[in-house]
Design a protein. Structure first.
Lengths: 100, 492, 493
């Protein structure tokens, strides 16, 4: 499977990374190199093998339904949440106007 | 058979409908963080570092969300998956801080189940219909964007970000707006019975993605459109009606329906294409590596099952068996509050001798009528089930007549006093004193000799007139049965 | 008085406890070294005040008799750990100026144990790299030089290259690292120090900027095995905020250290004997085998048949997870925002991410996005996760025959800066020995074992069973005692 520049641009768009034509051209070669190399995995017989889900045997723990039980994962800290925002406005995050 | 058909120029079309209902799970805290979920808070005050997707933040699931999803699945007799997983749905949007929504694609927690909608002749549902449910999965809600606060900026509020939702996906089993409406109402009732969602559509606790396609009856499914986030039963029905018509017109004028996401504008009652989400269709789902597989044990499942209340279908069946009319059974089971109130009345009524069917009639006509006038509902009814049972008991044991009961009820509403107290105080007890009744009858027959003659001449309808006059003379307190008997005797 | 910056963590702790010196003296000595080592570019932010405040507390605690396990020990913090009130960048332009209002679980544990912070250590951008050349804040330069008369600047390894350099250059006695596919072990090997990646789930990931969630593990880097044990005891532990955290007690690894390997069996994986590998690496490995025999262990050859596929599987799984983990860097809530004139939301994302991420980060996001995209998911991602299962099974089978596995940490000694940047694949191959244990979530450590003919350090890797950090540390100690590795970089900075 080789990918062309149009595909590179499509992936970049999915990943929301602006790329120039020159970057797309350079990336075409690099990505093909890497993808060509990882494709050797196709050689491996994986019949009946389950994909890895938990690398160390462990089951999902569930937490109790308690508000702000731990301040580190609770709400009520708007200042902290907005502290690093490029555009905090009236308690909101500001973004360029979205037309739906 | 009154099937819903759209009449086009080329013939009749059938509409095929599937619904994806997003129901907010009733919990204190969010699905993966400890932030509160209450409606209407100041912007971004119910946002944790996790919900804002700050670097290094991790999700830990809320047990109650899982429990309520499982209970909901059990309530629609669905398959409960002891093994499920959370997957990431990747896309970029300003209301989605992580850049992905944690959802369940490959292994949802609940599999196939079904919901039965009752027959509703008037709405064009001639017989009960089973609507298949494909799956229920648990996922995060997104935040909220506000577009009208600033000329060039949109504002982002993440209070809803991370709130737990159940997505309840129906099969494409519905064939009319009415069926879809009935399905949403029934689903809402079930959720509210279970307690897994408050069903508050105005606050966004329940929203439907409406999938609509059209076809000539018997053909393959057509291409569907998905109208997002429709937030009332009325709108769901309007979307289907409008979208089916649009599609038929489009096809008949030589166009083709494109699979797309649409948005409903209630003010114009029309849907339009949502271009902003068009290129986002490659969601790159994969298992969330921050979360291990979710495995449910038997004890957990047993608690979920044991804690389920009596559900609408079972309750309706029980009411029918008690001799309650299908109409009243429907009305009384539609809202969980009404059903709970009525169940208490039935329970207390056992002691007072109130009859279930009479009680049901009284609730749906007298009580609901009164509440309507007062602009209140059962949750703040001025009359308790115990007080209602006392009143109905007095009728059942012949202490007062049905007519007097209406007056007593009015006095109960005015004064807040109990029925027994009012009847005693105002001397409203029904009398079976034959002497007093006979004396009044004699007076009435004398005063209306002409009518007596007509009656004897065959105009039997006049019997009711004599009953009315007698009851009036007795100030409504005469036992109607005794009046009937004595009148018959006197009129020979 | 001895130079305090030559002391190990254990020596500082014990000396401070005994009253040989004050914690303030220690903090000041290391801070002076940090300030004098700008040429190494090991730190992105220096925080002498943090270290000093912890030292003052340590001295007061000593007077009050309330010393804590790391009282008086200043350390370096990889700039992937979020630190409350201190800039945290993951060495990216994207997070330049980002000041978290929260503290990662691991760093909080270290402060709770009495440690102080000398600064935030440089790394490969978002921990993606094996040479520290992808940092937005410039390369870290290894303190080591080849004994060839030349003056080539060498890579300190990566991604924890700031940590490795700082320890090797005596800028701090120990530091935190993170290891996704070798990022603790390989830089430790390149700079002649020790480092351990514990079992996946031992250290909480909460508050660590995520690279690849199913692989990321924090661990300590230090000058010797004992210091690694001490540090790890104070970093590890159950954290309810991380759903993958192991709910297990933290053993007293330091107390149970023992280099007596009688009754233990060491496995030597035949697939790790790569053709054409540097003979110095093979020689070091053979010497390591001899050392473990000398410590009483039996040695057996084992087979890890899917070794060859570990690296390609890793370069699907890690980028896939990264492409999703790094989607949150969008210019909305924190970090860089690029808003070209007239740009809409989606343009803002694309511009911000184009500007904020370096080339290697973009490359991996692109690969990850591609392997997860419609039509390719099963062929790439699912296949890689199945191969990962096979790799984990290889280890399981091998551990039926042995207690620990011995192998080289990296296929070469430190290379020169710039030597491998042109070819991403050549760079990736550096982690060929490190990645399998990462994919299987197993504890693994690197200890310095020898110098190569250019006078550069080489490391031996010990891989253990899940949860058996003790076995790994003990085998490491056996090598450390026998290798007698005392070489250090000559100061040129
Ligand atoms: Mg949908
Ligand atoms: Zn959904």
């Amino acid at each position: 499977m080789t990918i062309d520049q149009a595909t590179v641009r499509k992936i970049a768009s999915l990943a929301r990374i602006a790329i120039s034509d020159a970057e797309a051209a350079a990336m075409e070669g690099e990505l093909n190199g890497i993808l060509g190399w990882v494709e050797q995995l196709g050689e491996v017989d994986v019949t009946g093998v389950e994909p890895m889900t938990a690398v160390i045997p462990n089951t999902l723990r569930l937490r109790d339904d308690v508000i702000d039980a731990d301040p580190l994962t609770g709400g009520g800290r708007r200042d902290d949440v907005l502290a690093n925002a490029p555009a905090a406005m009236h308690g909101f995050f500001g973004v360029p106007k979205v037309i739906e | 058979m009154t099937e819903y058909r759209i009449k086009g120029e080329t013939g009749e079309w059938e509409v095929v409908i599937g619904l994806e209902v997003h129901a907010q799970i009733t919990t204190n805290a969010k699905l993966f963080s400890g932030a509160a979920t209450a409606f209407g808070a100041e912007p971004n005050t119910q946002v944790s570092l996790v919900d804002a997707a700050m670097p290094g933040m991790l999700p830990v699931p809320n047990r109650e969300c899982i429990r309520q999803a499982v209970r909901t699945g059990m309530a629609i007799e669905a398959q409960i998956n002891k093994y499920s997983r959370f997957d990431r749905k990747n896309y970029f949007y300003a209301d989605l801080p992580q850049g992905y929504q944690i959802s369940q694609l490959y292994h949802p927690i609940v599999g196939e189940g079904s919901i039965t909608v009752e027959a509703d002749e008037k709405a064009g549902i001639p017989a009960p219909k089973v609507i298949g449910v494909e799956r229920i999965h648990v996922e995060q809600d997104a935040g909220k964007l506000m577009h009208d606060q600033h000329p060039t900026m949109s504002y982002v509020d993440l209070n809803r970000s991370g709130v737990a939702l159940m997505e309840i996906v129906s099969k494409p089993d519905m064939r009319s707006p009415a069926e879809a409406g009935a399905y949403v109402r029934k689903l809402r009732a079930i959720l509210r019975y279970v307690g897994s969602c408050d069903g508050n559509m105005e606050e966004g606790s329940m929203r439907a993605d409406v999938n609509v396609s059209v076809r000539k009856p018997g053909d393959e499914f057509g291409t569907r459109t998905e109208t997002k986030n429709v937030n009332s039963v009325r709108f769901v029905m309007a979307v289907i009606e409008g979208e089916a018509k649009r599609q038929v017109e489009l096809i008949e004028s030589g166009g083709t329906v494109v699979q797309e996401t649409r948005l409903y504008d209630p003010d114009r009652n029309e849907t339009r294409s949502m271009r902003s989400k068009e290129d986002a269709h490659d969601y790159r789902y994969f298992p969330d590596p921050d979360l291990l597989p979710l495995e449910l044990d038997d004890a957990f499942l047993a608690e979920c099952r044991d804690s389920l209340p009596e559900l609408p279908d079972a309750k309706r069946g029980r009411y029918l068996a008690l001799g309650i009319s299908p109409y009243n059974a429907d009305v009384l089971t539609a809202e969980v509050e009404a059903a709970r109130w009525f169940d208490t009345l039935l329970e207390v009524g056992l002691d007072t001798g109130a009859k279930p069917a009479t009680a049901a009639n009284w609730v749906t006509s007298e009580l609901f009528g009164a509440l309507n006038r007062m602009g209140r509902d059962l949750t703040d009814s001025p009359v308790s089930p115990a007080q209602a049972a006392e009143l109905l008991g007095l009728v059942a044991d012949g202490t007062i007549s049905g007519t007097i009961a209406k007056a007593v009820f009015e006095k109960m509403l005015e004064s807040g006093d109990g029925a027994g107290v009012i009847v005693e105080r105002d001397g409203l007890k029904q009398t079976s004193d034959t002497g007093a009744i006979e004396a009044e009858i004699a007076k009435i027959l004398t005063a209306n000799a002409d009518k007596v003659a007509q009656y004897k001449g065959g105009k039997e309808a006049l019997f009711g007139f004599f009953v009315g006059q007698t009851m009036k003379a007795m100030q409504g307190k005469a036992n109607p049965q005794v009046v009937n008997e004595l009148l018959k005797k006197a009129l020979g | 008085m001895t130079d305090l910056t030559n002391l190990t963590v254990a020596q500082i702790r014990d000396g401070h406890r005994a009253g040989d010196f004050s914690a303030v003296e220690v903090a000041e000595a290391f801070s002076a070294n940090v300030a004098g080592a700008k040429a190494l570019n090991a730190f992105i932010v220096e925080t002498p005040d943090h270290a000093l405040a912890a030292a003052k507390t340590a001295d007061a605690d000593r007077a009050a008799g309330t010393l804590k396990p790391l009282s008086g020990v200043p350390i370096g913090m990889k700039d992937l750990f979020c630190t409350n009130g201190v800039q945290t960048t993951a060495a990216s332009h994207m997070l330049e100026g980002f000041i978290p209002r929260y503290e990662s679980t691991v760093s909080q544990k270290l402060w709770d144990a009495g440690a102080g912070m000398l600064g935030k250590l440089n790394l490969d951008q978002f921990a993606m790299g094996s040479s520290n050349e992808t940092s937005y804040f410039g390369n870290v330069i290894s303190p080591w030089k080849r004994k060839d008369g030349g003056n080539a600047a060498l890579a300190p390894g990566g991604s924890s290259g700031g940590s490795s350099t700082a320890i090797a250059a005596r800028l701090c006695p120990a530091a935190t690292g993170t290891d996704t596919g070798g990022s603790i072990r390989q830089p430790a090997a390149f700079t002649g120090i020790s480092g351990i990646k514990p079992t996946y789930g031992r250290c909480s990931r909460w508050g660590i900027v995520a690279f690849a969630s199913s692989l990321d593990q924090a661990g300590p880097m230090a000058r010797d095995v004992r210091d690694c044990a001490i540090m790890l005891e104070n970093m590890a532990g159950f954290d309810p905020k991380d759903a993958t955290s192991l709910d297990m007690a933290v053993p007293n690894w330091e107390a149970a250290l023992s280099s007596d390997l009688k009754g233990k069996t060491v496995g030597i994986p035949k697939e790790y004997r790569l053709e054409g590998i540097d003979p110095d690496i093979d020689a070091m490995w053979d010497a390591g085998i001899a050392m473990l025999k000398d410590a009483g262990a039996a040695v057996v050859e084992i087979s890890l048949p899917h070794t060859k596929y570990a690296l390609p599987a890793y370069y699907i799984i890690a980028p896939a997870e990264a492409s999703s983990n790094l989607a949150r860097y969008d210019g909305v809530r924190y970090g860089l925002r690029d808003l070209p004139d007239g740009a809409g939301l989606q343009d803002m994302y694309a511009a911000t991410r184009a500007d904020g991420f370096g080339p290697e980060v973009k490359r991996r996001i692109m690969i990850g996005t591609y392997v997860l995209s419609a039509g390719f998911y099963d062929a790439y991602y699912t296949q890689a996760q199945k191969v990962r299962t096979l790799i984990a099974r290889d280890f399981e089978a091998a551990f039926g025959m042995c207690d620990v596995i011995l192998a080289p940490t990296a296929p070469s000694a430190a290379f020169g800066l710039g030597e491998k940047m042109a070819d991403p694949l050549a760079m990736y191959l550096n982690d060929v020995f490190a990645v399998p244990a990462s994919l299987a979530g197993l504890p693994a450590m690197s200890v310095p074992a020898a110098l190569n003919r250019e006078g550069l350090p080489l490391g031996l890797q010990i891989i253990g069973k899940a949860f058996d950090e003790q076995g790994v540390l003990n085998a490491g100690l056996a090598i450390e005692e026998r290798a007698g590795f005392t070489a250090r970089a000559e100061k040129w900075w």
